[in-house]
Design a protein around this ligand. Structure first.
Ligand code: SF4
Length: 530
């Protein structure tokens, strides 16, 4: 069987960092870890080709070669996934789909004409699919009620990737999270009992990356890396000597819940293993909203202190914020900006609350008759998909304003500087692959030209850079890379403003028409989000 594995394109988003990727000569931030794990589970006798459409288009010869097309992706990749299904159908190729988007909304993929729906977790459903293909079935839906142990998950096929196209490599240690945030679909997809790999499994994955020549950033994609603290500590105790023996070839980053700050031993182990950044779901500084959305773990200690403790342990903090919770008081956007400024978090991802499929929030809003439209295609440039408890125009305006303020070039530059100056330096320098490449030098010169010559913030750029260089020399490269992201955010905040304002106008117009005819509100975002 000749199989073409396709990873659909992402739209431009907060995380796509397009401009910054251009600067460092990379095509995408992260590789398709799910798809290369699928590749590792498929039979050895099947021939595989992988195309990440975020890196390059599919060649006509590759379409001709394929006997079967497999697509995997998230809700945010919906548009391109649909387009690729159509391309395959036009060429008469059977299509199988899997991953978080098809698992959450299988009816959309069935309607689009996918032949095989390989849903839930592939460790269970892929063997069922392979059996069906081998007995000649032409259609099928494969589901699992159980969650598999990930201790049997094979090493992802990193060898199928064009490694140089990516800024980070990724590995996964655990699936699932013990918490119960009302809006979260991770616990719906992967459960509330974190399942972890063995430390040896993860070391084998790091070995594979090392042998393939990868050096630099490795992202642990776990939605909550510290969901099972006991097992995470066992892992970190195994990674520590591995890193030393291999002369620190990687620096690591991940996502974790805020209670990380309460565990000094865990932070110390992470710093020892060369973790240099962590994403926290802070959501909001408003205690009432946190309680209402059942994010109780964020209400136990002051959030500002938590951010400070993680930063002081040597990890750059990135954080997610949400505006639009039920019962929220006016001024939520300003309170988020104030919190971000106070904690000097450089990358704060603010979004309007969106309902994701099958979540507790969706069930509640459905009962309350507050869902507005089909729940898919949501991102930072789409308006809320339910009726909030305060006027949507107030929330949307506060959101756009907060985004705009946070990514004002002067504010961003100041936050990056303050964050790095208060951060501990990494304990170990990361070893390089070969000599410094021309593209690295070109990237540094381009950042210096754009931010040190062209921008009105040029004088502070040089002053801050000199300060970081003398006070925190091991952080200089990371500091410059974070400064470079400003190129992306300046452009992205315009896109947020344009799209949200356009959707808001369409929504208000539709609402006033409906008010006259006293019907229910209708979908508003179709065709507006570019
Ligand atoms: S802590 Fe994060 S992953 Fe866990 S339930 Fe809450 S939002 Fe989901």
């Amino acid at each position: 069987m000749r199989v073409l594995l396709l990873y659909p394109r992402f739209p431009k988003s907060f995380w796509s960092f397009d401009k910054a990727m251009e600067l460092v000569g990379r095509k995408a931030v992260l590789p398709p870890l799910g798809l290369i794990t699928v590749a590792a589970i498929l039979p050895d006798t099947w021939e595989l080709k992988l195309v990440d459409l975020n890196v390059r288009p599919v060649e006509e010869s590759e379409w001709d070669w394929a006997e079967l097309v497999i697509l995997s992706g998230m809700i945010v990749q919906k548009d391109d996934m649909m387009a690729q299904i159509q391309h395959a159908q036009r060429r008469g190729k059977p299509v199988a789909v899997g991953g978080p988007y098809p698992t959450s909304l299988p009816e959309e993929l069935e309607e689009a004409g996918a032949d095989f729906l390989v849903l839930d977790e592939g460790e269970i459903t892929l063997p069922m699919f392979v059996e069906a293909i081998e007995r000649g079935d032409t259609r099928g839906v494969f589901r699992a009620t159980e969650k598999p142990a990930v201790t049997e998950t094979p090493i992802p096929r990193y060898d199928l990737l064009e490694l140089d196209a990516y800024d980070n490599m990724s590995v996964q240690f655990s699936r699932g999270c013990p918490f119960q945030c009302e809006f979260c679909d991770i616990i719906v997809l992967y459960g509330r009992k974190p399942r972890t790999k063995n430390p040896e499994q993860l070391l084998a994955e790091l070995d594979t990356l090392y042998e393939l020549g990868w050096r630099g950033s490795v992202f642990l994609v776990d939605d909550n890396f510290i969901g099972n603290k006991r097992n995470v500590k066992l892992l970190l105790r195994a990674i520590k000597p591995w890193m030393k023996e291999h002369q620190y070839p990687f620096h690591l980053s991940t996502e974790a819940s805020v209670d990380l700050a309460q565990d000094a031993e865990l932070m110390d182990l992470m710093a020892d293993c060369n973790f240099n950044s962590v994403f926290l779901g802070i959501e909001t500084p408003d205690a009432d909203s946190l309680a209402l959305t059942k994010k109780f773990q964020n209400t136990r200690d002051p959030l500002t202190e938590a951010v400070g403790a993680i930063n002081a342990a040597g990890m750059r903090v990135m954080a997610g914020f949400i505006i639009g919770f039920d019962g929220e008081k006016p001024g939520a956007g300003d309170r988020i900006v104030e919190f971000v400024e106070q904690t000097a978090i450089p990358q704060a991802m603010v979004s309007m609350l969106q309902v994701l499929p099958n979540t507790a929030l969706m069930e509640r809003l459905k009962k309350e008759g507050r869902l507005l439209e089909q729940v898919s295609g949501v991102n930072q440039t789409t308006l809320m998909n339910f009726i909030p408890t305060r006027p949507i125009e107030d929330i949307a305006n506060e959101y756009v304003d907060a985004f705009y303020q946070l990514y004002d070039p002067v504010r961003y530059q100041n936050r990056v500087y303050r964050h790095y100056i208060s951060m501990s330096e990494p304990r170990h320098a990361v070893s390089k692959r070969g000599n410094v490449a021309w593209k690295d030098i070109r990237a540094l010169l381009t950042i210096a030209w754009r931010q040190g010559v062209l921008r009105p913030t040029r004088w502070t750029f040089w002053r801050y850079l000199a300060d970081v260089y003398f006070k925190k020399p091991r952080l200089v490269i990371s500091y410059l890379a974070t400064c470079a992201l400003s190129e992306h955010f300046i452009e992205y905040r315009e896109m947020v403003r344009h799209n949200i304002e356009a959707q808001l106008e369409a929504y208000l117009k539709a609402k006033s028409n409906l008010d006259e005819s006293s019907e229910k509100p209708v979908p508003v975002s179709a065709g507006v989000n570019s």
